[in-house]
Write a protein that binds this ligand. Structure first.
Ligand SMILES: Cc1cc2nc3c(=O)[nH]c(=O)nc-3n(C[C@H](O)[C@H](O)[C@H](O)COP(=O)(O)OP(=O)(O)OC[C@H]3O[C@@H](n4cnc5c(N)ncnc54)[C@H](O)[C@@H]3O)c2cc1C
Length: 406
């Protein structure tokens, strides 16, 4: 079977579904494909922290600004796809007080709201917080349920004329005279798509998808583990206030606390070691903030792979590689109708989608404004409806397995 589409989006994570929604709302005909269910890649396997930007404030001002902007937008459009928990940056006895001050000043300069808590006030908010707490800083962090977010974006794309194909891996493309003319889908969909433009939103797999068109995109994926333990006493996100390191974030869910994470380079995002030390370190380090999690039963653990982009790949744990995003126009690589979007964060998916859609619209000659920052996602205020959408797209990932109605 042969179908035509204006834009073929490859990848059904937050970024790809966000792009499909954005383009559909601008009146562009879109087909989105994922090789598996939606959110089966990194989006559904992340820590699920809705960043306030405080984590990056002193080291990456642009990234922090993107986070607080999108944090604010998602609070108004995403309803039950997120949870407003607030967050604390916690300084322990062994942590550098100057780092705390630097972060607080950077948050204030950027416009990220903060409130200073002394040790007693911090322990009032979180009674099980370690006695080693020196002080803490409240910030507007939250939790994201990525399965719901991806499904709601996909549903809005479909409601505005788009086509969503889960279980449809892109297997091959034909490039004729510097343009992709045909894309071959396998899986349960098995058909050929004739696109005017292709968007590569395949996250950590973006290099492999680009290679199908003979284009090089150098990814530097890095894995991390999350350990979810049974613990229902935590309200805000806890962040250790020190230079980012292993096991410094705890994300609260209703009956669980999600501990993590690590950062270890991998060469293949589908085939990598899952080291026991990463699980142990995540628990040990998070227990320095919240001691009861050391003995709490583990409910589940999962791994994800960051879609880091590094044309000049750095050595080490890859924490130093930018978490920013990059829109790559491949005309200079000899294929004029392909755009890749790489890097970024779950928190900033909508902005990544907007920037990509702006670029694609310009190359298609479409003059239409982005509407995704102001239009509520479909079903946003109805958790049951969102969970039906997750089911429709086979979109259940481990990050929010405890939240989504089965
Ligand atoms: C351990 C860890 C913790 C993280 N925690 C956070 C956090 O707390 N907060 C935050 O904001 N960010 C976090 N991130 C980062 C964030 O999760 C990612 O940046 C984001 O989810 C990437 O989304 P994406 O849509 O670009 O990629 P993905 O979600 O990976 O989507 C890409 C999709 O492409 C599909 N695909 C691949 N090849 C093909 C093909 N040939 N044909 C069709 N489809 C294909 C895949 O199946 C996949 O679904 C974390 C990342 C990791 C690894």
């Amino acid at each position: 079977m042969i179908e035509s589409t204006t834009v073929l989006v490859v990848g059904g994570g937050a970024t790809g579904t966000g792009i499909a929604r954005d383009l559909s709302l601008r009146g562009v005909d879109v087909t989105l494909v994922d090789r598996d269910g939606l959110s089966s890649g990194t989006s559904g396997r992340s820590h699920g922290l809705l960043h306030s930007g405080a984590r990056y404030a002193e080291s990456d001002r642009v990234g922090a600004e993107e986070c607080i902007e999108e944090n604010t937008v998602l609070r108004s459009i995403a309803g039950e796809c997120i949870r407003d928990t607030g967050g604390l940056f916690v300084q322990l006895e062994e942590d550098d007080p100057e780092y705390f001050e630097e972060k607080r000043a950077a948050c204030e300069a950027i416009g990220i709201e903060t409130a200073l808590l002394d040790a007693d006030e911090a322990r009032e908010r979180v009674p099980d917080l370690t006695p080693d707490v020196e002080r803490a800083m409240w910030v507007p962090d939250g939790a994201i349920y990525p399965s719901r977010l991806g499904a709601a974006n996909a549903a809005d794309a479909e409601e505005h004329g788009g086509t969503i194909y889960p279980h449809a891996p892109l297997e091959a493309v034909s490039v004729v005279d510097g343009r992709i003319t045909e894309a071959t889908l396998g899986g349960t969909v098995e058909r050929t798509i004739e696109p005017e433009h292709v968007v590569n939103a395949a996250g950590a797999w973006a290099g492999q998808v680009a290679a199908l068109a003979g284009v090089e995109v150098t990814m530097a994926p890095s894995r991390g583990v999350m350990v979810s333990v049974a613990y229902d006493e935590l309200d805000p996100v806890l962040n250790r206030c020190r230079d980012p390191a292993d096991g410094d974030i705890v994300v609260p869910h209703a009956d669980e606390a999600v501990l993590g994470t690590t950062s270890v380079p991998v060469s293949d995002p589908d085939d990598y070691e899952k080291a026991a030390w990463e699980v142990e370190t995540s628990i040990e380090e998070c227990a320095k903030l919240l001691p009861p999690v050391a003995d709490a039963p583990t409910v589940r653990e999962w791994w994800g792979v960051r879609p880091l982009y590094a044309p000049d790949e750095a050595e080490g744990d890859r924490r130093g590689i930018s978490r920013g995003y990059f829109v790559l126009d491949h005309a200079d690589d000899g294929v004029e109708n392909v755009t890749s979007i790489v890097g970024g964060k779950l928190t900033t998916y909508r902005q990544m989608a907007e920037t990509t859609a702006d670029h694609v619209c310009e190359s298609l000659g479409v003059d239409a404004d982005c509407e995704t920052a102001t239009r509520k996602l479909p079903g946003a205020d109805d958790a049951d409806r969102l969970d039906e959408l997750v089911d429709r797209y086979d979109g259940q990932g481990p990050t929010d397995k405890d939240v989504i109605a089965q």
